[in-house]
Design a binder for this molecule. Structure first.
Ligand code: URA
Length: 229
């Protein structure tokens, strides 16, 4: 692969822009400035730098974001900025998509990727990917509510009951809810259906990925899915 093509695949702009980056001496490979845009490079695990910033070649990008409140999971947001605005332009250029969605006011773990297969697996209801939410609820949780969430509740627009994999009261107002489905506003609607109300919602885990305590709201990091994903 030529260096220009590699840069283009990693989101550094159009072919012309990537060529220009190389010709102007802003790209280094293995610690050396390369100014021939047609230089052949082996992309696998290639480390390179652009304008002094280090990058690693990635066939696909998998990103975990600690989503803050006040951002929409949409390419074309209506009322708030897009979560994509929290990522560097190189990642935005790669066409990352959110793996499912969180509401504007929901915080926590959000995955983004440009790997269509991964996206499909992680969003398919058939794959039963577990998502763990922490919901702060208005009224003290009751055993009846926890039991009902796991037995299945019927939502307004859907006759099929939706079932939580588990519902645990961490304290009187903190519900840990594990779901495998991903219906619109599912947590808020399920909690409302058992007579309570979500006042704050945070996702802690999705499949094999847990939100690291060190990842502050608005921060992101690369993740590597296991081959089983
Ligand atoms: N369920 C909700 O109600 N909102 C979210 O953002 C995610 C799951």
């Amino acid at each position: 692969m030529t260096l220009t093509k590699l840069l283009q695949s990693q989101g550094f702009g159009t072919r012309r822009e990537c060529r220009e980056l190389v010709l102007s001496g802003r790209v280094m490979v293995a610690g050396e400035v390369v100014t021939d845009a047609e230089t052949e490079v082996a992309p696998e695990a290639l480390k390179f730098s652009v304008n002094g910033q280090d990058w690693l070649y990635r066939v696909n990008a998998y990103v975990m974001l600690n989503k803050p409140a006040g951002y929409e999971c949409s390419q074309k947001p209506k009322h708030y900025p897009s979560v994509l605005s929290l990522l560097p332009v190189q990642l935005r250029n790669r066409g990352l998509q959110t793996v499912g969605r969180l509401d504007e006011d929901t915080t926590g773990l959000l995955l983004l990727t440009d790997d269509g297969q991964f996206l499909h697996v992680y969003t398919s209801p058939k794959k039963n990917i577990a998502k763990v939410y922490r919901a702060t609820v208005k009224h003290p949780l009751t055993d009846a509510q926890l039991t009902a969430l796991c037995a299945g509740v019927v939502l307004h627009d859907d006759p099929e009951p939706v079932i939580a994999q588990s519902a645990i009261a961490r304290d009187a107002h903190t519900l840990e809810l594990t779901l495998t489905g991903g219906k619109y506003h599912q947590v808020k609607r399920m909690v409302a259906a058992v007579g309570n109300r979500v006042e704050a919602l945070h996702r802690e885990r999705m499949g094999e990925f847990g939100l690291p305590a060190a990842l502050a709201p608005g921060e992101w990091c690369y993740v590597e899915p296991t081959s089983a994903s």
